[in-house]
Design a protein around this ligand. Structure first.
Ligand SMILES: [Zn+2]
Length: 76
């Protein structure tokens, strides 16, 4: 008896979590499409996350500023 109640509770929790995850995914998809600038990349030098459109990209490496690009070139 106790086992079947536990299973019912588990199923209800899984359904509830699954539904809220689906709702979140539905909301997230149009936001990702409309705002490319929200995608972030990590600066190789200071590990700060910066928007893609503000990043300096050299040879597949990304930097938050020209200063950090120069610093990284000097240190490597
Ligand atoms: Zn940086």
């Amino acid at each position: 008896m106790f086992k079947s109640v536990l299973i019912i509770i588990l199923v209800v929790i899984i359904l509830f979590v699954g539904r809220s995850v689906l709702q979140r995914l539905k909301r997230a998809v149009p936001a990702e499409k409309s705002a490319d600038s929200k995608d972030t990349v990590q600066c190789l030098h200071c590990k700060t996350y910066i928007p893609c459109n503000e990043a300096i990209v050299k040879d597949g490496n990304t930097f938050c500023s020209r200063q950090h690009f120069n610093d990284w070139n000097r240190s490597s």
